[in-house]
Design a protein around this ligand. Sequence first.
Ligand code: SAH
Length: 222
Amino acid sequence: MTEPPSPKMVRLLMELRGLGVTDSRVLGAMERVPRDAFVPAAFRDQAWENVALPIGQAQTISQPLVVALMTQALEVGERHKVLEIGTGSGYQAAILAKLCRRVFTIERHRALLREAEKRFAELKLHNVTTRFGDGSKGWPEQQPFDRIIVTAAAPAVPHVLIDSLTEGGILVAPVGEERRDQQLLRIRRTKDGVVTEDLGPVRFVPLVEGLPRAAKPAEKRH
Ligand code: SAH
């Protein structure tokens, strides 16, 4: 059973259209994923606003416009196998899951990953496979991927990720040293090498190598 779209959701989708989201498959996927299920209860009333929101561990669920534009830039097809680095709330992975065959997603904060996994199960997104670890190292057992999306910024795209793309594959990632100076890049792997396009300025939390130190007991939440 599908619930009718709420007025708040309809307003957000119209706003996204006005801001350049033209791909009806992407808008359709956003209509079918309840963003309010991916934000902490305290922020649920803002879930249908075009803003990034805190999800704990000093991380954020991206702004809907950024999710839409990145998904659109990725040119996801229904036969594709997609890798996401930075599961966070799981929202971006859920959108991708509606558009492709399988999503593999990696997160370095165990607590965030557990919550995202619960959401995937509740929403019956059975084509999402998760991994706890450092995504900057890729997912060697599962490569190659048709599409790769990185949802945290690094000074450069890790080479191992570009090497994990199929020929004709596309990677979308924010790149920049500083939080204030990041560009969204789209990299296509061709038989002759890679072609890079700059899609404009963005602002993401940093891609951090390695794993966090074990959470102190006071930080555990159950
Ligand atoms: N895609 C997310 C947005 C997450 S914010 C969503 O839809 O909600 C970026 C996430 O990347 C954070 O959760 C952060 O912990 C994670 N991250 C940062 N560096 C990482 C790394 N090296 N490997 C895996 N995840 C990483």
